[in-house]
Design a binder for this molecule. Structure first.
Ligand code: GLA
Length: 693
């Protein structure tokens, strides 16, 4: 049977009492394609060193038939004995855009259903659920929701890795016998990026994502032993706690959702993920108002908070055109540094003798709304909460309680913990007009304990039900908890604690492979940058920050008047263009100089591109920037929005023409491109395009 999207066809080979395989995944096939012949064309004869019935790992790989890779699932009895299961396909149902396959092993008392649904966006959502039909509890040790027999034209993959302040670093490797095995163990996706993956077949690309905030296990299993047909299998599922999960008698279990998509190139893949996130994941996305420009107090004031300093910061922010003032860490309990008070979510009388009221009133007078930082799932050993409830944190009885950033993690599986946090956050949101919460999470979850992600989601969902208009950002020391599970509950993520614009170019380009710009917080930081120590001109920092959900994370009082004017001009540009940047189709522009990063967003005949050089170009006249995603026949007025980069502008050949706008066809812009001065390090240009009749 087949599932068809606008541009994609998936063909499945289903055998009653046997297995389920993916016979084709790729560009849409003609209606009349003979599926039996398609399967016949892919079938392999048996070779000398195989089981007599060669195993077909397919969508539910298992060991019983002689396949030697990691099975889709592993079960044990409580005694520790492995339950040898031989699942057979017992039924399937096929609707226009969805397939459900039911597998069972009646002797083992186990059932599993796989659901694959193809969305209009072209994304495929995979779910797995199962049932323990036995009269005894069992242990589920491992469960991969997605087991994707990889079409053999895919011969390499891009994996992501990272660390604090340097998220989503790409490495490309061949799909080789060693395969890939990635897992996180910090109770969240973490900086490792193993919950995202790309497979390549020339320019064609397959992107996959584990859509949960829990730990992940990602594998590419190559059939080294040649026990089957030699195809690689991509497996993705949540990482379970050490020792596995107990499934009660007659109890159900489920796997974390996995999303994947195929596209002719990486821009097209980004567009599928963005469309899916916009249409099917982000809460009430269609009703969103324009993403307000933030100013966040963290890199401006750190812990040096006080009402007068914050009011001065808010006034300076408003003068720049900022629309939301965010009070970061340090406003509660005795928190004057990061060693104390997490858990004591009451406004500090020391910092705010009259509560947050006067600050918020001033912020509102200035025409901005107000946002607040919280880190609800954590507790400082030095806090009233910990002293009252030392057993509420994750710990092993009688063992040391190692901290990270001086803090412990609350056990979110406990109802009383979630009730306490709900009561505190709800009280704050009732008392004060808070439009936005930056929800942080700065410690890994150890020792590990079941139910943490479920508990986090339950608290978040309860709070969102009670305060549906409050926007929430997922931050985890930057990008440590970014996934489509949290994004079904949030409106934005914090991609990295690294605001250095050179680092951010790479980080934004990597995240925007999967996430649209409107959810990627993108702030202008101070110079020198507190993380990297690098100094960058305001023009460069501001242009880079336009490509995201723009904000400022620096103290305008420490900028020169010229810097403030440059920043204000870019905030105004962002406001003019956010309708395009946040609704349109993103293109990753290729450039022969690997130090040039170029992105572009096209929406309803308008487009904005960013081209940024980070090094000194090897040739003086850097290659033209070739645009993408335009209508070849349409004519566009092209301008370079000012202010222009201070040094590079002197090398612009026709400033007057650029001001008036050059009129060029989409075809010329995509073929020849624009010869911009991109020679000098730390030079960025914005390129604006509008169709003309
Ligand atoms: C984390 C966040 C930062 C900031 C600090 C405050 O590191 O990622 O943006 O909010 O916490 O302590």
């Amino acid at each position: 049977m087949r599932l068809d999207g606008d541009a994609l066809t998936l063909v499945f080979a289903l055998e009653q009492g046997g297995g389920a395989d993916l016979a084709y995944a790729g560009p849409r096939l003609p209606e009349k394609e003979d599926l039996a012949m398609l399967a016949a064309a892919a079938a392999r004869g048996r070779h000398e060193s195989q089981p007599d019935v060669p195993p077909q790992p397919g969508l539910w790989p298992q060991r019983e038939s002689g396949w030697q890779g990691t099975p889709a699932a592993r079960f044990r009895r409580l005694s520790g004995e492995i339950i040898a299961a031989d699942f057979r396909l017992i039924a399937w149902s096929h609707e226009e855009s969805a397939l459900a396959c039911r597998f069972a092993d009646p002797r083992a008392g186990l059932h599993v259903s796989l659901h694959w649904r193809l969305f209009r966006s072209g994304a495929v959502l995979c779910l797995a659920e199962g049932c323990n039909a036995r009269d005894e509890a069992i242990i589920l040790e491992h469960l991969a929701t997605l087991n994707l027999p990889v079409p053999s034209r895919f011969d390499s993959f891009t994996a992501f890795s990272g660390r604090w302040a340097s998220e989503m670093q790409e490495t490309r490797q061949p799909i080789a016998p060693n395969g890939l095995a990635r897992a996180s163990a910090g109770g969240k996706p973490g900086f490792g990026g193993g919950n995202w993956l790309l497979l390549h077949a020339g320019a064609e690309v397959l992107g996959a994502h584990l859509a949960t905030s829990a730990d992940h296990e990602t594998r590419i299993v190559c059939d080294n032993a040649g026990s089957s047909n030699g195809r690689a299998i991509l497996q993705m599922g949540a990482g379970l706690e050490p020792g596995g999960r107990i499934i009660p008698p007659k109890g159900a279990f489920g796997g974390a959702p996995v999303l994947f998509a195929l596209a002719p190139d990486r821009s097209a893949l980004a567009q599928i993920f963005h469309r899916h996130l916009r249409e099917a994941v982000l809460p009430a996305r269609a009703a969103w108002v324009p993403r307000k420009v933030h100013l966040n107090s963290w890199e401006a004031l750190g812990f040096n908070l006080g009402e007068p300093a914050l009011i001065a910061l808010a006034e300076a922010a408003a003068a720049l055109g900022v629309e939301r003032f965010v009070l970061d860490d340090g406003w509660f309990g005795g928190r004057r540094d990061d060693t104390t008070s997490l858990g004591d979510w009451t406004v500090s009388p020391e910092v705010f003798p009259h509560g947050l009221g006067p600050l918020i009133a001033r912020v509102h007078e200035l025409g901005m709304d107000f946002g607040l930082w919280v880190e609800p799932e954590m507790v400082s050993p030095d806090s009233k909460l910990y002293r009252a409830h030392p057993d509420w944190c994750l710990h092993t009885q009688g063992r040391a309680r190692p901290t990270m950033r001086g803090q412990l993690a609350l056990d979110m599986a406990r109802t009383e913990v979630r009730d306490y946090l709900f009561e505190r956050l709800d009280a704050l949101l009732r008392e004060y007009p808070i439009a936005y919460l930056k929800w942080d999470h700065n410690r890994d979850l150890f020792p590990s304990a079941p139910g943490q992600t479920e508990g986090f989601y339950a608290l978040l969902d309860r709070l969102r039900d009670a305060h549906p208009l409050v926007e929430i950002e997922s931050c985890s020391s930057g990008g440590g908890r970014i996934d489509f599970g949290v994004l079904s509950r949030c409106t934005r993520v914090w991609p990295s604690d690294n605001n250095d614009a050179i680092e951010r170019l790479r980080i934004i380009r990597a995240w925007s492979q999967f996430l649209p710009l409107e959810v990627l917080g993108s702030h202008v930081g101070p110079s020198p940058n507190p993380v990297t120590g690098r100094r960058l001109a305001m023009d460069f920092r501001a242009k880079v920050a336009v490509f995201g959900h723009m904000g400022v994370e620096a103290d305008p009082a420490r900028m020169s008047a010229q810097e403030r004017a440059t920043l204000a001009a870019h905030i105004a540009l962002y406001k003019d263009w956010r309708g395009v940047l946040h609704e349109g189709a993103l293109y990753r522009l290729a450039h022969p100089d690997r130090n040039v990063t170029a992105l572009m967003v096209v929406h309803h005949g308008r487009a904005l591109a960013l081209a940024a050089q980070t090094a000194f170009s090897p040739v003086f006249d850097a290659a033209p920037v070739r645009l993408a995603g335009l209508d070849p026949q349409a004519r566009y007025r092209v301008t370079l929005p000012e202010p222009w980069p201070p040094k590079a502008k002197h090398y612009l050949a026709n400033p007057q023409s650029w001001r008036a706008g050059l009129v060029l066809s989409g075809s010329a812009l995509m073929t020849d491109g624009l010869a911009l001065p991109l020679t000098h390090p730390e030079t960025a240009w914005l390129i604006a395009l509008e169709t003309i009749a």
